[in-house]
Design a protein around this ligand. Structure first.
Ligand code: B3K
Ligand code: ZN
Length: 903
């Protein structure tokens, strides 16, 4: 564990180029779990552009044995965690530096640097893990050529992998062997990787457009080979897509993916040797859900796309993280959309992406950890792998594409690579390339203002006010923007907001658009670009009172404040040609009812699950029925509309949050929808049964999703009526399901409705899948995330943590129980007795001693404490203060809790 010390903030403004360059690195590893020996031979030279200064190399938890300069011993000192060399050869000539260290992978529970998982060696170096392997200039703007020799016992570690091409392998004495790898591309050290262990690979050879052959390999443990087909297919699709859409080919002879079950994150884009969490590789119809299949496709795509946006062009410093992450998320979102043959499936993907942004990123932007897409300072960079950097960053890139058009954006990407291939650059460089490739575009005209999206934190709000003058046949629409203060940024400037807009008549007709100075009306939808604090648009020749459909496709990551009448929302839900806004209208209708009910029940303290007021009116229920029964809408879209906004999203709309009231109201809405639409749910369930072979395509997964929602609603209705037919059907489906999606949905329906059959089903599920770690994660997570009834979930969680299959050291397992409860189950976590928060504090501290990154993530669960009503607010604050008072705390967790208390 890191000792508590003065945690110093790093500032973007302090960036200085490195004092030395490292041109080549020759690493030799003698792999041993208890003591791995690392010989690091580098060729360095002074950076003559900066003043002469000592060489300061980063290192962490290393045992230093030897330092040689040009083959000779030299003086050095250790300053904090850095190795400092002052007597280096003067002048611009290159010199050799040899450093010999050892480290202990077996004891590495942080899973950063070199670690052991199930008897296999893995590395994770981003952001600052390489310094846990050897002393180095651990910063992304130092790019070197790597040669790596791995030596290990052949029987225990038959497979030895690193970046690039295998150039030599052979036997050594005492049953050991070696492999030497050369990476043909220069790279920053965060992209270094090695893997050694007993692994097998699914292999595929492909021929690229250029005619070049490539070998693709997916390495897993022996028993998992049958679960790698989907990952391999996803990789093949990703390679073809990047070539077709952006002209970016695979630049390596061999591209490898390796899966590990102990991993802090989803996956890592090491050059030519991607390392993945098993969760994003392994899938079979029997063990993985449709969502798992879709996630694998998008994460495999994401990591592959990094090969260009991240590896070929990387970040100058970690403040530029969104340069690669925002752009690569945008690319993986586009990839998944482009794989959808059907336009409705594209829209569904967009809605899902926006839902993530609004339920996770908007709260981050409104909380104590709010930071710009390009942050100005950090204490621990690991804390800044956030939804803001990733998802908001992707929205910023998407707005650029909206402003320059799809072809213009592709041209911009080409220019970006022409200018910067092989370099470590900044977000400014990227935006400049897109603008320069499109000199006539709005982006080029507005670039300095547009770039405020990179520098300002907080979610802008757009207020829309419209007035229709029936006599003059004009419609006047005023759009005003503002952005609330965020930590360190009290005042905000207007940003560039692309607003895709259409007007509908109340009967659903699309109205032609004509601004006062236009000679001709335009049909359909149009892009308006808002740049001022307030702008007014006057539409003429409007022959009926219009309903505005604003921000179509969610054209900007903003909150839209608009006072729709119910009738207007119903018209949008029924008729908008933009599927995103159609869904959005349904969400607004639901949200309004939730908020009114929460406000109306002030003063009452509803016991969880017992709130039985009629919240939903006939018009709302009829509208939902029409969507559910609609002959033309597809199932996936229906499932999104019929799913109520989450408790977290509802809470974000309130100034003061009583989480129990939010939970009770949403549960009551769910129950009412279940009962009122019972016959329709039964119809939906019957209509969406598939008996054919399982395929995870959007159409069939949409059908399963809707059938799953129907079943859970039917079980909920049965709970109210005492009927046993539907729980019986759910149990039957649970037993005979032909795939994990149907099985998990049936189990979820039983657990979610609290039916007695949930218990035998859970037991059976465990028995069936006791050897499938990823399925057991589902088993844990389903129970820890179940709707709370009278405070029953916390005791369940504690019991789950005592289960022999539980382990705090395995991040997936820890997340499946602790995060499912603390971060994903607000109705269970926020208890009036504060016991949820006390549990949270204990777990943050326990995890921090093992794995600071995972602990700091968990620490974020109370980000929004200051919005809570009493008694929650004070209890949450006390719990955070208890963590902050711990005598030893990593700088990861310290930064999060300190900011929470300050904000
Ligand atoms: N670049 C990695 C994330 C590394 C996280 C380090 N704490 C995965 C990705 O975004 O593709
Ligand atoms: Zn990424």
């Amino acid at each position: 564990m890191q000792r508590e010390g003065p945690a110093t903030a790093i500032h973007r403004a302090d960036y200085a180029p490195p004092a030395y360059w490292i041109d080549t690195v020759d690493l030799a590893f003698d792999l041993d779990p208890a003591k791995t020996r690392v010989l690091n031979r580098m060729r360095l030279r002074r950076n003559t552009d900066v003043a002469a200064q000592p060489l300061r190399l980063d290192g962490e938890e290393l045992n230093l044995a030897r330092v040689l300069v040009n083959g000779q011993g030299t003086s050095f000192r250790i300053d904090g965690e850095q190795l400092v060399l002052e007597n280096l050869p003067e002048g611009p000539d290159a010199f050799d530096l040899e450093i010999f260290t050892t480290c202990c992978p077996a004891k590495n529970t942080k899973l950063m640097g070199l670690f052991v998982s199930q008897d296999t060696f893995f590395t994770q170096c981003e952001a600052e893990g390489f310094r846990r392997i050897t002393y180095f200039l651990d910063r992304p703007d130092v790019m070197a050529s790597y040669t790596v020799t791995l030596r290990a016992d052949r029987a225990q570690y038959p497979v030895l992998l690193s970046n690039g091409n295998l150039v030599e392998e052979g036997s050594l004495a005492d049953g050991r062997h070696f492999a030497r790898w050369v990476d043909p591309f220069k790279k920053p050290c965060y992209l270094f990787a090695l893997v050694a262990g007993k692994l097998v690979a699914r292999e595929q050879r492909i021929r690229a457009r250029s005619g070049k052959e490539h070998l693709l390999q997916v390495f897993v443990r022996r028993g998992d080979l049958d679960k790698t087909e989907h990952a391999m297919n996803s990789l093949v699709h990703s390679i073809a897509w990047d070539e077709a859409r952006f002209g970016l080919p695979l630049d390596l002879e061999r591209f490898m993916i390796v899966a590990t079950s102990d991993f802090n994150m989803g996956a890592m884009e090491n050059k030519g040797l991607n390392i993945f969490n098993t969760k994003y590789v392994l899938a079979s119809p029997a063990t993985a859900t449709d969502v798992d299949f879709a996630n694998i496709e998008s994460v495999v795509g994401h990591e592959y796309f990094h090969n260009w946006t991240g590896d070929r062009v990387t970040c100058r410093d970690w403040f530029q993280l969104s340069l690669k992450e925002g752009l690569t998320v945008f690319r993986d979102q586009e990839f998944s959309q482009d794989l959808c043959a059907d336009p409705s499936a594209r829209a569904v993907k967009r809605i899902e992406d926006v839902r993530v942004l609004r339920t996770a990123q908007f709260p981050e932007d409104a909380g104590p950890m709010a930071h710009p897409v390009r942050p100005d300072s950090y204490i621990e960079i690991s804390n800044f792998y956030t939804v803001t950097i990733y998802e908001k960053g992707a929205e910023v890139v998407r707005m650029m594409q909206t402003l320059v058009g799809r072809d213009g954006f592709a041209k911009g990407m080409t220019l970006y690579f022409e200018r910067h291939d092989g370099q470590a650059v900044t977000c400014d460089d990227f935006a400049q390339a897109i603008a320069d490739a499109n000199p006539q575009s709005e982006l080029a005209r507005l670039l300095p203002q547009f770039k405020r999206w990179y520098s300002q934190a907080g979610t802008p709000r757009v207020k829309a006010e419209g007035r229709y003058d029936a006599d003059a046949r004009t419609y006047t629409l005023t759009l005003s923007q503002s952005c609330p203060p965020t930590p360190g940024q009290p005042d905000k400037q207007p940003v560039v907001i692309p607003v895709q807009l259409g007007l509908l008549a109340h009967d659903g007709r699309a109205l032609p658009l004509q601004l006062a100075h236009w000679t001709q009306p335009e049909a359909g939808s149009r892009l308006f670009v808002l740049t001022e604090a307030s702008e007014t648009f006057q539409f003429v020749n409007v022959d009926a009172a219009p309903v505005p459909s604003l921000l179509r496709g969610f054209s900007a990551p903003v909150i839209l404040d608009i006072d729709y009448a119910d009738a207007e929302l119903l018209a949008l839900l029924a008729h908008d040609s933009d599927p995103f806004n159609r869904w959005e209208a349904g969400q607004r209708l639901s949200l309004r009812r939730a908020i009114n009910s929460i406000a109306g029940s002030q003063g009452e303290t509803p016991a969880t699950g017992t709130f039985d007021a009629e919240i939903l009116d006939a018009a709302y229920i009829e509208a939902m029925r029409s969507v559910l029964r609609h002959p033309a809408l597809d199932a996936a879209f229906k499932e999104l509309v019929l799913t109520l906004p989450s408790e977290g999203y509802i809470a974000e709309q309130l100034d003061v949050v009583d989480p129990q009231r939010v939970h009770a109201v949403r549960e009551a809405m769910r129950a009412q929808l279940a009962t009122a639409l019972q016959a329709d749910w039964a119809w939906a369930w019957e209509q969406h049964q598939d008996n054919g072979a399982y395929t995870p395509d959007p159409l069939s997964s949409g059908r399963r999703a809707l059938a799953g929602l129907a079943l859970s609603q039917l079980c909920l209705a049965a709970r109210a009526s005492g009927d046993t037919v539907w729980p019986g059907k759910a149990y039957q489906r649970f037993k005979d399901a032909g795939n994990m999606t149907d099985r998990a949905n049936a189990l979820q329906a039983l657990v979610g409705s609290g039916h007695a059959l949930a218990q035998p089903a859970l037991e059976r599920f465990h028995a069936l899948f006791k050897d499938e770690a990823l399925v057991l994660d589902k088993w844990f997570s389903l129970q820890a995330g179940a709707p709370d009834r009278g405070g029953d979930i916390l005791p369940t969680v504690k019991k789950l943590m005592a289960h022999p299959d539980f382990s705090l050291k395995n991040p997936n397992r820890a997340r499946s129980v602790i995060f499912s409860f603390c971060s994903a189950n607000p109705g269970a976590f926020h208890r009036a007795d504060g016991a949820g928060y006390a549990f949270w504090a204990e777990q943050v501290k326990a995890l921090d001693a093992l794995n600071p990154q995972v602990a700091a993530r968990l620490a974020r669960a109370l980000d929004r404490w200051s919005k809570l009503a009493e008694p929650y607010r004070q209890q949450a604050r006390d719990a955070i203060a208890r963590v902050a008072a711990a005598s030893t705390l990593s700088k990861d967790t310290r930064e999060v809790v300190d900011r929470a208390l300050a904000g």
